[in-house]
Design a protein around this ligand. Structure first.
Ligand SMILES: NC(=O)c1ccc[n+]([C@@H]2O[C@H](COP(=O)([O-])OP(=O)(O)OC[C@H]3O[C@@H](n4cnc5c(N)ncnc54)[C@H](O)[C@@H]3O)[C@@H](O)[C@H]2O)c1
Length: 442
């Protein structure tokens, strides 16, 4: 099959690589010339486990192509997938500029039937706008060419994206066209071969399903963070509570980890966008408002503990383990590390940070500055630092050399924003140990 994907970011690249791996001829289009040049040279602009191998395999086999030419992309694919960014506008609503740019290009260049698929996360009603934009471009050149609209939201998780695409829990297809539904079924068949996982519905329901899924997951996280807060006040241990409630199959263990709040490119913007959409139809989405408020508060929780411990932070140095918003990615969009570091800097502290993959991204965001030292190895952050803060739960931080840390930090103090250590063991090892929701506040 001939497939075109607009947008070569986390979603577009993974989708393109996996669809090519199933034997399709895939063209990836991006407006970012630097990104396309890198990809043509065999360099991968993002960190996503095994993505480089899949891209290389299919690029070498001649099934995966990269271009900045929208025209080339539109002419190539029967399927036109739109996987461009939908960043938040100032008011929190999803910015559809890039999606509609692509829609117009499709209308301008298509010369035969196409299936136009929105894969980006877009508010309910966007497929109608895309349909209208494609139609308008066609009308402007008096072209009468048939096309179908599909909403096919993406559910991959950064850090596990290839596996999620290759073995999806479900494929949501929203369309009013049987022909398009059958074509999508054929496109996804290699990935849903052992059992049908395609769920076909109307377009608006598909669009809302994506927001509903992310809002539900964000709600679980904020709920646990709220409970962690209460646990601290009550002198209870949120980790025992987590295990206690997770054992109920109606609740389950997934996504009930307290921490430093959700980040990344999806949850924060999608919760906000759904709130805005609700506002547009005159509905006040109270749960979503609370989820966001709790999350914003949670992002400051580690800084507040550090400040409460040290008082004046001027001249202090805090070692930071983890910059990415979660493990196995270099993505720092809305990462808790940013709130922590910016608060520390504002308070006059210096940060010594280490992350296995996100340090180039950190440097891209903040540039070189005197109060940020990026260290090449995880133990190096400790040198000359007053305390260690754990911000991302990378596996390599889970069994640290406590003796080394104790002997190297100026004071043996750990602020654990991900609850990866046992408080009793840390106390035995001689640390002042602060975690999230684990026993009474000092
Ligand atoms: N990242 C995730 O984990 C994830 C998961 C599910 C859904 N989504 C959604 O998928 C969409 C894309 O997310 P992402 O993280 O891949 O974004 P990204 O920012 O990594 O990539 C978007 C790409 O689109 C390109 N682009 C912009 N305008 C273009 C145009 N007119 N033609 C071609 N390319 C264009 C940009 O240059 C950029 O490379 C968003 O709506 C997001 O909410 C993301």
């Amino acid at each position: 099959m001939r497939i075109t994907i607009f947008g070569s970011g986390y979603v577009g690249l993974v989708t393109g690589a996996c669809l090519a791996d199933a034997g399709n001829q895939v063209v990836c289009v991006d407006v970012d010339e630097r990104k396309i040049a890198m990809l043509k040279r065999g360099e991968i602009p993002i960190h996503e486990p095994t993505l480089d191998t899949v891209i290389k395999r299919n690029f070498d086999a001649g099934r995966l192509h990269f271009t900045t030419s929208a025209q080339e992309g539109v002419q190539h694919g029967l399927f036109q997938l739109i996987a461009v960014g939908t960043p938040p506008d100032e008011d929190g609503s999803a910015n559809l500029r890039y999606v509609l740019d692509v829609a117009r290009s499709i209308g301008e260049h298509m010369s035969e039937y196409k299936v136009v698929i929105t894969k980006s996360t877009v508010p309910v009603g966007t497929a109608d706008k895309v349909r209208e934009a494609v139609g308008k471009s066609l009308a402007e050149r008096n072209a009468r060419i048939d096309f179908d609209m599909v909403s096919n939201p993406e559910f991959l998780k950064e850090g596990a994206a290839i596996n999620d695409f290759m073995r999806p829990d479900r494929v949501i297809v929203g369309t009013d066209s049987e022909r398009a539904a059958e074509l999508l079924r054929a496109m996804y068949e290699p990935f849903t071969h052992n059992r049908d996982r395609m769920i076909v519905m109307d377009i608006r329901s598909a669009e809302l399903t994506k927001y509903a899924a992310n809002a539900m997951l964000a709600t679980k996280i904020s709920f646990m963070n709220e409970l962690a807060h209460l646990a601290e006040h009550f002198g209870a241990d949120i980790e025992s509570v987590r295990i206690g409630i997770g054992s109920d199959p109606r609740i389950g263990y997934a996504f009930i980890y307290p921490g430093m709040g959700y980040g990344g490119s999806c949850f924060p913007k999608d919760v906000q966008a759904l709130q805005r959409s609700a506002g547009e139809v005159g509905y006040e989405a109270d749960i979503l408002t609370a989820v966001e408020r709790v999350n914003n508060r949670q992002k400051h929780v580690l800084f507040n503990k550090i400040k409460a411990h040290f008082g004046d932070l001027r001249g202090k140095t805090i070692a930071v383990w983890g910059l990415a918003f979660k493990p196995n990615t270099d993505d720092m969009r809305e990462a808790a590390s940013r709130v922590l570091m910016e608060s520390l800097w504002a308070a006059g502290a210096t940060v010594r940070a280490y992350d296995p993959v996100a340090m180039p991204e950190c440097e891209r965001i903040y540039g070189r500055r005197k109060d940020l030292v990026l260290c090449q190895a995880s133990p190096d952050v400790m040198v000359g630092a007053d305390a260690l803060a754990i911000v991302t739960e990378w596996r390599e931080f889970r069994s640290p050399d406590l003796e080394y840390i104790k002997n190297t930090l100026l004071t043996p103090t750990i602020f654990d924003g991900r609850n990866i250590y046992d408080p009793a063991q840390m106390a035995r090892a001689g640390f002042s140990y602060y975690a999230i929701g684990r026993g009474k506040r000092p």
